[in-house]
Ligand binder design. Structure first.
Ligand SMILES: [Zn+2]
Length: 286
C-alpha cells in the first residue's frame, strides 16, 4: 500500500474553512503511529500542462493564477495553482503505482471532483481524478471507471467525462445537497445514485451495493476512486449515515474487483477523518 503525499499541501488555509490543513496533518499522524498496515510512501509527480489540458481549458489554468476568490467556498489562496497541481500530481503518481500493481492513495488537498473544465468551485480547483483518468486512457487503459463515494455529487468529473468513450462515472451522493446535480444518470456513461438526506444506514449501504454492481458490470480495466469520507454520520457538511466499517467494506470491495485501482482524497470534514481513512485503507489492503 502506497501513500502519496506532500506536506506542502497543509501550508494554506482560510480561517473557519472546513477544508483545512488539520485533515491531512491528523491523518498523517495516525498513519505514522499505526502498526498494522505496512505502508510505502511516495510523492506527487510533476504535472505537465498537457495533462491538465485534457481536463481543463487554457482559460481555466490562467484564471487559477489570479488572486480573486472563485466563490465564497473556494478562495484564491496564495499559490493555489501550485497546490492544485501537486494534488493532480498525487493522483498521477497514484495511477503510476496502480499500473505497477500496487494499491495506492493520494492523500493531498485541495480536493478536485467539483472542478469543471472551466471553473473552480466547492473547495476544488483542478479535477485530479479526471486528470488521472484521462492520463490512464492516454497510457492505454481501455475502460476507465471513476467510482465516487464522496457524499457530494462529482459534478466536475461528470462534466469532463460525459459521453467520452472508454470512461464511466459511478457517483453515490446525497441528493438534494451541494452542488445540486446528480439526480439522474447522464449521457451514455455517467451513472448517478442519489441518496436522500438521513437515509437509514442499511438503505445507504444497499444503494452503494447497487452502484458497485453497476461498476462491476462495466468491466473496467482500471478503477479510480474519488474517496470522500463526508457520508460519515458525524460529518458536519451533510446528512449521511455511514460508519467507519462501511468505509472498510468499500475498501474491501475495491480490492475484490481485482483490477488496478487507486484512490484520491476528496471530502471528509469530521474529526474522525483519520479513523475513516484507516478503515478504508485496511479494507483496500486486505
Ligand atoms: Zn464532499
Amino acid at each position: 500500500m502506497k501513500i502519496i503525499t506532500d506536506i506542502r499541501c497543509a501550508e494554506y488555509s482560510a480561517p473557519g474553512h472546513p477544508e483545512c490543513s488539520r485533515r491531512i496533518l491528523a491523518t498523517l499522524e495516525s498513519l505514522k503511529s499505526q502498526k498494522t498496515l505496512a505502508l510505502a510512501w511516495g510523492e506527487p509527480l510533476p504535472v505537465a500542462d498537457d495533462s491538465l489540458l485534457r481536463a481543463h481549458s487554457p482559460q481555466h489554468l490562467q484564471r487559477l493564477d489570479l488572486p480573486e476568490d472563485f466563490d465564497a467556498d473556494t478562495p484564491a489562496h496564495p499559490q493555489i495553482a501550485a497546490h492544485a497541481r501537486r494534488a493532480a500530481g498525487g493522483a498521477l503518481q497514484a495511477l503510476q503505482s496502480a499500473r505497477a500493481g500496487e494499491m495506492s492513495f493520494s492523500l493531498m488537498r485541495p480536493p478536485g471532483h467539483h472542478a469543471t473544465r472551466d471553473r473552480a468551485m466547492g473547495f476544488c480547483y483542478l479535477n485530479s481524478v479526471a486528470i488521472a483518468a484521462l492520463e490512464a486512457r492516454a497510457a492505454g487503459f481501455q475502460r476507465v471507471a471513476v467510482f465516487d463515494f464522496d457524499v457530494h455529487h462529482g459534478n466536475g468529473t461528470e462534466e469532463i467525462l460525459l459521453d467520452q468513450p472508454g470512461f464511466a462515472l459511478f457517483s453515490i451522493h446525497q441528493f438534494p445537497c451541494y452542488p445540486g446535480t446528480g439526480r439522474a444518470d447522464r449521457g451514455a456513461n455517467c451513472f448517478n445514485f442519489p441518496v436522500p438526506p438521513r437515509t437509514p444506514r442499511p438503505e445507504y449501504r444497499a444503494i452503494l451495493e447497487k452502484a458497485l454492481a453497476r461498476l462491476k458490470k462495466y468491466r473496467p480495466d482500471l478503477v479510480a476512486v474519488s474517496a470522500g469520507f463526508d457520508a460519515f454520520r458525524n460529518d458536519p457538511l451533510a446528512d449521511g449515515t455511514l460508519e467507519a466499517e462501511d468505509f472498510h467494506w468499500l475498501g474491501e470491495s475495491m480490492r475484490e474487483m481485482a483490477v488496478p485501482c487507486f484512490s484520491v482524497l476528496e471530502g471528509g470534514y469530521s474529526d474522525e477523518l483519520p479513523q475513516l481513512f484507516l478503515a478504508y485503507l485496511s479494507g483496500l489492503a486486505g
